[in-house]
Design a protein around this ligand. Structure first.
Ligand SMILES: [Zn+2]
Length: 400
């Protein structure tokens, strides 16, 4: 077993290494192929070693009327309640008090531009934090696996509301070295959304984080003679200056979007149909939207997104870069200069993987490679169901 030191950066592009001299000094580099989705898709792939068609997490919300936190909102189907953004904020606050024990990253978010009468169809996919036992219902996470082998680990920087990396990681002291130390650096994503990853504000942040990581690395190096270190990110960032108002598109076809059970996210529009006529209308409207496409079986297969049922939609429309929907479940996409969650085939969707230990041949690493690679360093067996591979060259020599 070799102790492992890992730094995770949310949304760091390989091209940004030019601003990060310490990270750029790592001799072994790969581009990281992302999943087609956002963090709720990427993190489970990283932590379970399997693609979304196995871990079954693709979006923050799924169709799940039986377990919705909004059961109380069913009355709005029958009452002429004033349904506007103000009342939605109020009722959402009420729901959070009613279900306060969701420890997941997003909790139970407000469905901003979704009519109240549709809220009771939906449930959040994540009901706890990534590192909590039983995060995924279908596969153990790397945290579950380490716990089951009594291998200790330490996570620094993932605590919501505990301050920036400079507080959480900067103030961390290595008291006792655990087999795995995981530093989580989340702010580059937020900076990139707000300013763009190539903006001076973000570049300044990256320079400072590079110094922070170097200081942690140097402190660790003093204490541990031999270890594996790797750095990775989950996806890149793509400038998204253009907007599509899908409500207006439906209006132009003489239909109201609100007629259909739907969720509009940054660059996805998902629909659930009560009958074939609804499907025909929606397909007719969307087929005229050339900024994106309706995902077909070939896409689900290519991106490992085949699902056992319609929880993520009877129809999923994908909006390509540089577009974003303007009225979404999250708000109005104002102040979003840049986005991710576009096709992994876009080079700008790539994250990165860096190490000081030689890597197997290949141009890309994948998010599902993280779990096998970490387990190989720790000398733990790699589960046969894992979709990823060990990235270390001659991994078998260290497994025995
Ligand atoms: Zn993001």
């Amino acid at each position: 077993m070799r102790p492992v030191l890992t730094f995770f950066f949310d949304a760091l592009k390989p091209e940004s290494l030019k601003y990060m001299p310490f990270l750029d000094s790592f001799p072994y580099k790969r581009r990281m192929r992302s999943e087609l989705g956002h963090s709720v898709t990427c993190h489970p792939s990283m932590y379970s070693g399997v693609h979304p068609n196995k871990h079954l997490q693709w979006f923050v919300w799924k169709y799940d009327p039986g377990n919705t936190p909004f059961r109380w909102a069913r009355v709005f189907k029958y009452l002429g309640f004033v349904d506007n953004v103000g009342s939605r904020y109020f009722l959402h606050k009420y729901t959070r008090q009613y279900r306060p024990n969701n420890t997941s990253w997003f909790g139970v978010p407000l469905l901003v531009n979704v009519p109240l009468r549709y809220w009771p169809y939906f449930n959040v996919v994540e009901d706890r934090a990534w590192d909590e036992p039983g995060y995924l219902k279908t596969y153990p996470t790397v945290f579950d696996i380490l716990r089951s082998h009594s291998v200790q680990f330490e996570i620094v920087g993932m605590t919501k509301g505990a301050g920036s990396e400079f507080n959480q990681i900067g103030n961390h002291r290595f008291a006792k070295i655990r087999p795995w130390t995981y530093f989580f650096l989340g702010s580059i994503d937020g900076y990139s959304h707000k300013y763009g990853q190539d903006a001076p504000e973000t570049i300044d942040r990256m320079r400072r984080l590079d110094q922070l990581v170097e200081s942690k690395y140097r402190a660790y190096e003093q204490l541990v003679p031999e270890f594996d270190v790797f750095v990775f990110s989950d996806h890149g960032h793509i400038p998204a200056p253009k907007r599509v108002d899908i409500h207006a598109v439906f209006q132009q076809h003489g239909v109201k979007l609100s007629r259909f059970i739907h969720l509009i996210e940054s660059n996805y529009a998902r629909f659930w149909f009560r009958n074939d006529r609804e499907r025909a209308i929606v397909e007719r409207v969307l087929s005229g939207m050339h900024e994106g496409l309706i995902l077909q079986d070939e896409h689900f297969h290519r991106y490992h997104l085949e699902m056992p049922d319609n929880r993520y939609g009877d129809l999923v429309f994908y909006l390509d870069a540089p577009y974003l929907f303007s009225k979404t479940i999250w708000g109005f996409s104002r102040g979003q200069k840049s986005m991710h969650g576009y096709l992994p085939d876009h080079p700008a969707s790539d994250g990165l993987f860096l190490s000081q230990r030689p890597l197997v041949a290949g141009e890309h690493a994948e998010l599902v490679d993280i779990l096998p690679t970490l387990l190989a360093s720790l000398g733990l067996p790699i589960p046969g169901y894992a979709d990823g591979q060990v990235l270390w060259e001659k991994a078998e020599a260290l497994n025995g």
